[in-house]
Design a protein around this ligand. Structure first.
Ligand SMILES: *[C@@H]1O[C@H](CO)[C@@H](O)[C@H](O)[C@H]1NC(C)=O
Length: 298
């Protein structure tokens, strides 16, 4: 009897794991805005949408790089695809309005808003220095306020299309990590804001989906060079970074499925998060141990 029940349970779990209701067809001709799309995960997100036949407007600060990404989108995309870029500095809130206005004008509307940009991640101890305090302001403007502003300006367009907002967050937005206190705080703030907004939308039957993406260690050039610079040799030796392209695909799928949260790589991120409230001291010890730079005493 118990063996049968166990077999059924195991079957269900495996079935759930293998089940993939991602439907790429529905992304064809969708109008997608992607921020922070010049490198890393954002760049790969653009290529995936291009392959699935979407119309895209990407944004970042550097025009030269955006042009290259647009060219590559054209190569991997379909002939009916449309690939646009606009430069914007996300610490400037008026730029967020301009991005949405231009996207609406050029693409004729917005179906999916992918919020992915971050400012260069400051890795280091919080010492309360004037430098720390002024970078705090900048980090919150770029990593948090710009996300809220972009979503707000895109609201009426997304409402018309029953669209989706995809918020790229981080493991550090669920479990606090030393040496990235302001970054971690800005990602926690996204969870607080967008999870509240999701409920308000639900209450008024507004059909805009919000997908929060909890992303673990990803081997983007920016992340790896920062970690190396900060002597995170031990972390890099125990954790295998996910590739930017696989991570980007998981994000695109989660948005298409309109799920509330995705975790990637699933187990790396999900398990410590589940244990966070049950075994806080243990989780914090492990986090501290792993993230101690090699020139500190472990
Ligand atoms: C805080 O400031 C100090 C020196 O001013 C710097 O070394 C450290 O990296 C800064 N920490 C963060 C998180 O910005």
């Amino acid at each position: 009897m118990w063996k049968k029940i166990l077999a059924v349970l195991v079957g269900l779990v495996i079935g759930y794991w293998l089940y993939d209701d991602f439907d790429p067809e529905t992304l064809n001709a969708k109008r997608v805005v992607i921020t922070g799309a010049s490198t890393g995960i954002g760049e790969q997100i653009a290529y995936h949408y291009a392959r699935f036949g979407a119309k895209i407007l990407i944004t970042a600060r550097r025009e030269e790089v955006l042009k290259q990404v647009v060219d590559r989108c054209r190569q991997v995309g379909s002939t009916e695809g449309q690939y646009e870029y606009i430069t914007a500095d996300m610490s400037d809130m008026s730029a967020t309005q301009n991005v949405i206005r231009e996207a609406t004008r050029r693409l004729g509307g917005i179906d999916i808003l992918v919020l992915n940009h971050i400012t260069v991640m400051p890795l280091g101890e919080w010492k309360g220095t004037p430098q720390n305090l002024s970078s705090l302001q900048h980090i919150f403007d770029v990593n948090f306020r710009a996300y809220v502003h972009l979503t707000s300006h895109a609201f009426s367009e997304l409402e018309k299309t029953s669209g989706s907002v995809i918020v790229v967050s981080s493991f550090a937005g669920k479990v606090s990590i030393p040496f990235v206190a302001p970054y971690s705080a800005s990602k926690f703030a996204l969870d607080g804001f967008f999870s509240a907004l999701r409920q308000e939308l639900r209450m008024k039957n507004c059909d805009i989906s919000i997908t929060l993406c909890i992303i673990g260690l990803v081997g983007t050039d920016n992340a790896l060079s920062k970690l190396m610079e900060f002597r995170q040799d031990f972390l890099l030796s125990v954790m295998k970074p996910a590739t930017p392209t696989d991570t980007a695909l998981a994000i695109v799928k989660g948005g298409q499925r309109r799920v509330r949260e995705i975790y990637y790589p699933y187990l790396d991120v999900r398990i410590p998060y589940l244990l966070r409230d049950w075994l806080p001291n243990a989780i914090e010890s492990v986090t501290r141990y792993i993230s101690t730079p090699s020139h500190y005493k472990r």
